[in-house]
Design a protein around this ligand. Structure first.
Ligand code: UGA
Length: 451
């Protein structure tokens, strides 16, 4: 259990056992609270009750199992049980994008309605899901519309900033905790819950808290697109974006994180939240052109990966392209919004043969691509006789490579490094054709085709 134990123990329910819900529930339980995690997907709840975890997140299985055994965490598919248990109810259900890019809030509305019909004592209902500004008001109105018993309640916004792959660490060691409230009671309860984390707590009104989440994700996406735009200039003049990023990032006002150039961002958050924020602004009468450009630059980076292959191979029809990595980033099996999807589709459209390896995401990739690809058992099997290797995800196991072996097994010693993980000097010495992003390119290998 965490060393930071809650001084006051709350009965908490978390609705939604997705990435954010499950991590939130487990971490709150680890802080000593009595937590019920509810999801209406019975198959998922069955798994969790058996101690199995439906997603890959380092450390989560152990955290769930310890806290279940200690009696701090339990799972249910019954909303009735969840509402009865929790004085504080976190809503952590999905807010998927509609075709227009607008967030679909029907799951949030549904949960708010059910809570209203079931509650028979004070409840603090906390938005944890990423939601558009003014959702808090809508949740409050919905509860007022459907409430059956005359009991008080509060609504609060408490956006989550955890990243997949380091979710538990991020939850337990946040840079800040944002609490949007409009009552002293809600402020006190949430401050007591988060106090043990010893992080700065920002208390705001509900709308500002909601905006902080979208503004924060959009800003990070903007940083990535900014460095990717700079990387295009670097390529034109033969400069090195890694050095440029270091040079600007050491300025504390800019900061070094999220300045890695490459094939761009993916995931279930940045692409979706950018679209949602553009849409929210539009609805409020503001054309957020800056964010539209952030999105456009990101799309371009994926096309650039295929262009780099074509620049060397000319025609890619019937060429074998090996891909290392499919997850939208390392330490996750998540491929939602992953750049690999567009890259593979374009390669297949051009008639290439694709051989793929990812340490965790293979099963998810099979669901999308079925028989269209060759799925390799390991990284070296994937590159056998390949005309090109593309690095899509910077898993640690791709960093320390036996380049001599690679060179022997590939048809052409040619690497497109979508995450700039390799040393330019090393690949030059080993005789590779090497195209990173925003770095000088090595366009001629010493001896070309494998003998
Ligand atoms: C992101 C935010 O970082 C979290 O703070 C937030 O809570 C979360 O969204 C959410 O809204 O739920 P996540 O999507 O898990 O977290 O992953 P990140 O680590 O932020 O990476 C997002 C994408 O950006 C990845 O595809 C990554 O490869 C890419 N990236 C990141 C870059 O291309 N360059 C960088 O310098 C950094």
């Amino acid at each position: 259990m965490s060393k930071n134990i809650a001084r006051k123990v709350y009965n908490i329910s978390v609705i939604g056992a997705g990435h954010v819900g499950l991590v939130t529930a487990s971490c709150l339980a680890d802080l000593g609270h009595k937590v019920c995690c509810m999801d209406n997907d019975s198959a998922k709840i069955d798994l969790l009750q058996k101690g199995e975890i439906p997603i890959y997140e380092p450390g989560l299985k152990e955290l769930v199992s310890t806290n279940t055994l200690q009696g701090n965490l339990f799972f249910t598919n019954s909303m009735k049980e969840a509402v009865a248990h929790g004085e504080v109810i976190f809503i952590a259900v999905g807010t998927p994008p509609k075709e227009s890019g607008e967030a679909d809030l029907s799951y949030v509305e549904n949960v708010a309605r059910e809570i209203a019909q079931l509650m028979d004592s004070y409840k603090l209902i906390v938005e944890k899901s990423t939601v558009p500004v003014e959702t808090g008001e809508k949740v409050k109105n919905t509860i007022n519309l459907y409430i059956e018993k005359d009991v008080p309640f509060d609504v609060a916004s408490n956006p989550e900033f955890l990243r997949e792959g380091s979710a538990i660490h991020d939850f337990m060691h946040p840079d800040r905790v944002v609490i949007g409230v409009d009552s002293e009671r809600a402020e006190r309860v949430l401050t007591e819950i988060y106090g043990p984390l010893n992080a700065p707590i920002i208390i705001t009104d509900i709308k500002s808290a909601e905006l902080i989440k979208h503004a924060s994700n959009s800003f990070l996406a903007m940083k990535i697109s900014f460095i990717n735009a700079v990387s295009r200039i670097c390529e034109k003049v033969g400069a090195d974006v890694e050095k440029v990023a270091q040079g600007i990032g050491l300025d504390k006002r800019i900061g070094q994180e999220f300045l890695n150039a490459g094939i761009g961002f993916g995931g279930s958050c940045f692409p979706k939240d950018l679209d949602a924020f553009i849409h929210i602004a539009e609805n409020l009468g503001y054309d957020f052109k800056l964010l539209k450009e952030v999105k456009r630059i990101n799309e371009e980076q994926k096309r650039l990966a295929v262009q780099k292959i074509k620049d060397v191979l000319w025609i890619i029809k019937d060429k074998k392209i090996a891909i290392w990595g499919g997850a939208f980033k390392p330490e996750t099996d998540d491929i939602r919004g992953a750049p690999v999807i567009d890259i593979i589709n374009e390669l297949l459209n051009e008639g290439a043969t694709v051989s793929l390896y990812d340490p965790q995401a293979m099963e998810n990739l099979k669901i999308i691509f079925g028989e269209k690809l060759h799925y390799a058992d390991d990284k070296y099997q994937a590159i056998e006789d390949a005309d090109c290797l593309v690095i899509v995800t910077e898993w640690d196991e791709f960093r320390n490579i036996d380049f001599d072996f690679l060179r022997q097994r590939m048809k052409l010693p040619f690497i497109v490094d979508g995450r700039n993980i390799f040393s330019l000097q090393k690949l030059q010495d080993k005789g590779f054709i090497y195209c990173g992003f925003g770095r000088p390119q090595i366009t001629n290998s010493k001896s070309g085709v494998k003998k």
